[in-house]
Ligand binder design. Sequence first.
Ligand SMILES: *[C@@H]1O[C@H](CO)[C@@H](O)[C@H](O)[C@H]1NC(C)=O
Ligand SMILES: *[C@@H]1O[C@H](CO)[C@@H](O)[C@H](O)[C@H]1NC(C)=O
Ligand SMILES: *[C@@H]1O[C@H](CO)[C@@H](O)[C@H](O)[C@H]1NC(C)=O
Length: 124
Amino acid sequence: MATTFMCLTSILFLTLIIIKGSCDCSLNNINIGTTRSGREIQGKPEWNVSVINNCSCDQSQIKLSCQGFQSAETIDPAILSMEGDSCLLINGNSLKGFATVNFSYAWDPPFLLLPTSSVITTCS
Ligand SMILES: *[C@@H]1O[C@H](CO)[C@@H](O)[C@H](O)[C@H]1NC(C)=O
Ligand SMILES: *[C@@H]1O[C@H](CO)[C@@H](O)[C@H](O)[C@H]1NC(C)=O
Ligand SMILES: *[C@@H]1O[C@H](CO)[C@@H](O)[C@H](O)[C@H]1NC(C)=O
């Protein structure tokens, strides 16, 4: 009897974890932090950008709003590639849960980079 109860409880608990895991992650968990690096490239201030997937699910096809985005410093297209008004992060590959992607660009003033879309994939 006690074993059955334990079993049911753990199934319920696991179910809750799975539901929580897959429902709690969204585009809102992609956080972007921009800090001044202190360097200047061709007279433009350099900015270090950290894109954090602040959730347990992997997210792929992460796109950022990129209207008018320019940089005096070359950005590796494997990290950030421009497609019109949007920028694709890491070639659309998945950014693991709680992982970070960093890149730097140089422009004055800095751009407000916001995540616009992503596909939530594996949850752990
Ligand atoms: C900015 O990024 C560069 C290159 O990755 C790194 O060397 C530098 O320490 C970073 N600066 C800050 C303030 O995070
Ligand atoms: C991650 O999310 C937690 C909870 O919402 C928040 O307190 C924390 O500041 C976030 N971390 C980053 C790096 O955005
Ligand atoms: C990205 O930058 C942040 C802040 O500078 C650092 O804590 C983190 O380790 C870096 N991540 C990677 C993958 O380089």
